[in-house]
Design a protein around this ligand. Sequence first.
Ligand code: FES
Length: 311
Amino acid sequence: MTLTAGALAEVETTAVVGDRHEAADGVVVLTLRGDLPPWEPGAHVDLVTPEGPRQYSLCGDPADEGVWRIGVLREPDGRGGSAFVHDELLPGATVRVRGPRNHFPLLPSPSYLFIAGGIGITPLLPMIDAAGADWRLVYGGRTRTSMAFLDALQPDPRVTVAPQDETGLLDLDALLGEPRADTLVYCCGPEPLLAAVEERCASWPAGSLRVERFAPKPVAGASTSFEVELTQSGVTLTVPADRSILDVVEEAGVTVLSSCSEGTCGTCETAVLDGEIDHRDSVLTTDEQSEGDCMMICVSRASCARLVLDL
Ligand code: FES
C-alpha cells in the first residue's frame, strides 16, 4: 500500500523476522524480510508496535533487496516499543512496517568524520560502507560490552572505539576544535552528545554537520494561536496555543500521515506556501529550516498570524 501526505510517499507492508541475534548487552539485531522497498544509507523505518509506531535506523546492506536490518536497544524506561521488539519479534514473527524515510542522507564530500554514541552507531554503519576511502569513525559507549558491531569495526584503523569506563567522554575538542572545509561530520547518539557536537561545530562552515535524533531536542518559547490556510482543502483553521497544527488539521478531516508526533521522524513534513515558520522539529537542518518551504506540523508552529500550507 502506498500512502501519501503532503509531498511525501511511503510504503506500509508486513515484514517477517528472519535472523536475530544479540549484538551487545541489551542490543538485538533483527533482519526483516518481505516486499520491502529499497533504501539508502541514513534511512529509518517505522515498526508498528502495540505501543505505537517506533523509528529505527537501517543498518544492513542497501544492495540486499527486500531485506531491512535494524539494531534495537532495550530501553527499560522507554515507552514499550523496544520491549516489544526484544520480547515478541522472534524469528518467524510478522510486524507491520512503514518507510523508508531519509532525513540523514550521506552527501558527497572529500572526507567524513562519523561520531557515534551507543546505539547511534546503526545509521552510520551503511554510511561508512558508502563513504569511500577518506573517513574516520569515533564510537563511544558506556562500556565495551554495551557497544554493538565492534567485531566488524575494530580491525579497521580508521575506527576509534572509546568506551566511557575505559577512556572517559569523547574528546570532542580534539576532534572538532579545528574547523575543516573538506569534511562533513555525521553524528548520532544521545542528546548530550548531539548537543555537544552541535556546539563545537558552530564554528565550522555552514552545512558541515548532520545529526540524527530519536528523541526530540529541547525547545524553548511560548506558543500562541495562529491560522493555517489549507490550499488543497480550501479551508482556514485556527490553531490554538495548546494544540498542534497536525491535531487541528486531522480534526477537520484532512488526512495527513504522521508517526512520532514529536518532531523526530519526518513523516508529517508539509510544504509551506507562505508565512513565517517557528521550527521546533529535530529533523531539518538549520539550513533546511531557514529555507522556509516546509515544516513538521506535529510540533512546529507559526511565527506570524497565518501560514499557508499545501494541504
Ligand atoms: S510525525 Fe514525526 S515529525 Fe511529525
